[in-house]
Design a protein around this ligand. Structure first.
Ligand code: BES
Ligand code: ZN
Ligand code: ZN
Length: 493
């Protein structure tokens, strides 16, 4: 979707429809900007109380004397307590209501409000429009692709100033990275393989001078003795890889963030095979990797002045005669030996090797990993909130703040030493799984063993990366979670 802007309503070009925003105040419904010249169009519906202006309410009207011929009144709710998130919701609601009508072009009058900055208003509208304007139907037959005809192609934001317009376009660049991430997660596991992730990373390096890609192939992984990644990959016909993407946006600075993304391109569970009902969506198990790729794409597109290295350990967790086995012990890259508690707890194994490798070779200022790591986090926090676990309060607080700004909210869970007892092994240095209680915490306690003293945060996105029903501006299936959160965090380091 392309954004345009004009100063005044009289300057607008033709489009399929004109959108007018309204507040719902205690006793009446008020225009949310100055468009008094259109009074006669909305006077009647307000008087008849056919439209109250409540959050997300939409009333379609005809206006034969206007260029668009069609008008929609959009309710924003009450002015008091209004937030940027309410804008995202109202405008995503609008996109969804327009979709069946197959309108491609809209004119929108931008609401005015003292309590929100102009930039925040531009951002809320742009994100609401953009994030909802997505359909994944690459795998549908052409005749069934109709739905994508409903995607908006042009939005003219009437009354936006220069900075607001720049902000909307920045949101567009970030949304394109979110789409990129969603597409990778939504794609077939047989298409989005470790080799495909390598190709995507190489494409980013081709597209941006500031990005360099380096890949550890199977031989190098063997040479580096990443025993845990090798164990997980054993049953797959496809080679594992560790993809390293270096983005240097601030070459003069030594500050350096490493982002690690879980890249299990399909999780069968291995010999501890997943039951029917749990395996069908496991193409989503590389959503952490997709978030890292998407973030690097957005950083490079915007030229954000930070240094970030993405590290993506990737393989399938397949099942076969070469499968790694529960109860066996494997040696990690760090040297620690690990007893396998359950082959379905494969994510922490490949992350452990990647984290230890990043600490040793990249010596980062801080490290953040994103992973669809545990079903337990979904039990704890549902699909609304990402689990955060960290060894560093300042880092955790910054991520929580970025989460509330973007509404990709994160909630911190404790890493108390006492949980470590659950990972004791009789035969190895550590066991990979910690029993029934606090499953997402013990998974993080396991990862913590491999990060040393590096400030580190772990984001368990198993509940938020992939949803079965669409909600607000999240389409069903891949949400692309993590990209907006990380961008917000990295921009404010
Ligand atoms: N990929 C799964 C976690 C997951 C669950 C992601 C639901 C997305 C939605 C992970 O590899 C896994 O299977 N974890 C196990 C760990 C257990 C065996 C200790 C789990 O959570 O059941
Ligand atoms: Zn698993
Ligand atoms: Zn998994």
């Amino acid at each position: 979707m392309k954004f345009e802007t004009v100063n005044a309503i009289e300057q607008r070009k033709n489009a399929n429809i004109l959108i007018l925003p309204f507040w719902k105040e205690k006793k009446n419904t008020e225009p949310a900007a100055d468009f008094h010249q259109l009074n006669k169009i909305f006077k009647e519906p307000l008087q008849l109380q056919d439209f109250s202006g409540k959050e997300g309410e939409i009333l379609f009207l005809y206006a034969p004397d206007q260029i668009e011929k069609r008008i929609a009144l959009l309710g924003l709710g009450a002015k008091e307590g209004f937030t940027i998130e309410k804008l995202r919701r109202a405008y995503s609601q609008l996109v969804k209501a327009l979709r069946p009508k197959k309108f491609k072009e809209v004119n929108l009058v931008v609401p005015v409000l003292q309590s929100l900055s102009k930039l925040a208003i531009a951002r809320g509208i742009a994100e609401g429009l953009l994030l909802a304007n997505y359909i994944f139907n690459d795998l549908k037959h052409d005749a069934l692709k109709e739905a994508s005809e409903g995607l908006l192609e042009r939005a003219c934001l009437i009354g936006l100033d220069k900075n607001g317009f720049a902000e909307a376009n920045k949101c567009k660049t970030i949304a394109e990275a979110v789409y990129f991430s969603r597409n990778l997660v939504n794609g077939n596991a047989d298409d989005v393989t470790p080799q495909r992730l390598i190709a995507e990373a190489k494409d980013l390096a081709k597209a941006f001078k500031t990005v360099k890609t380096h890949v550890l192939d199977k031989k190098q992984i063997e040479k580096e003795k990443m025993g845990l990644l090798l164990a997980v990959s054993r049953a797959s016909p496809r080679d594992p890889a560790v993809i390293i993407l270096e983005y240097k946006g601030n070459p003069k600075s030594k500050d350096h963030t490493v982002l690690v993304g879980k890249g299990i391109t399909f999780d069968t569970g291995g010999l501890n095979i997943k039951p029917t009902g749990s395996m069908e969506t496991m193409r989503c198990d590389m959503a952490g990797a997709a978030a890292v790729l998407g973030s690097i794409k957005a950083l490079a597109s915007l030229g954000i002045k930070v240094n970030v290295t993405g590290v993506i350990p990737t393989t399938e967790n397949a099942i076969g005669s070469k499968s790694y086995k529960p109860g066996d012990v494997y040696q990690s890259y760090s040297g620690k030996t690990v007893e396998i508690g359950n082959t379905d707890a494969e994510g922490r194994l490949i992350l452990a090797d990647a984290l230890a490798y990043a600490v040793k070779k990249l010596k980062p200022t801080r490290m953040i990993d994103l992973a669809t790591l545990t079903g337990a986090v979904e039990v704890a926090l549902g699909n609304e909130t990402t689990g955060l676990m960290s060894n560093n309060d300042a880092l955790a607080d910054s991520l929580i703040h970025a989460g509330s700004e973007t509404f990709e909210r994160v909630w911190r869970l404790p890493l108390y030493d006492e949980y470590q007892d659950q990972l004791k092994s009789e035969i190895a240095d550590i066991k990979s799984t910690g029993g029934r209680g606090a499953g997402c915490i013990t998974a993080a306690m396991f990862l913590q063993e491999f990060v040393g003293k590096t400030p580190w945060a772990h984001l368990d996105i198993a509940g938020t990366a992939f949803i079965t029903e669409s909600k607000r501006y999240h389409p069903k299936n891949a949400t692309g979670i993590g990209v907006r959160l990380l961008l917000e965090f990295l921009e404010h380091i």
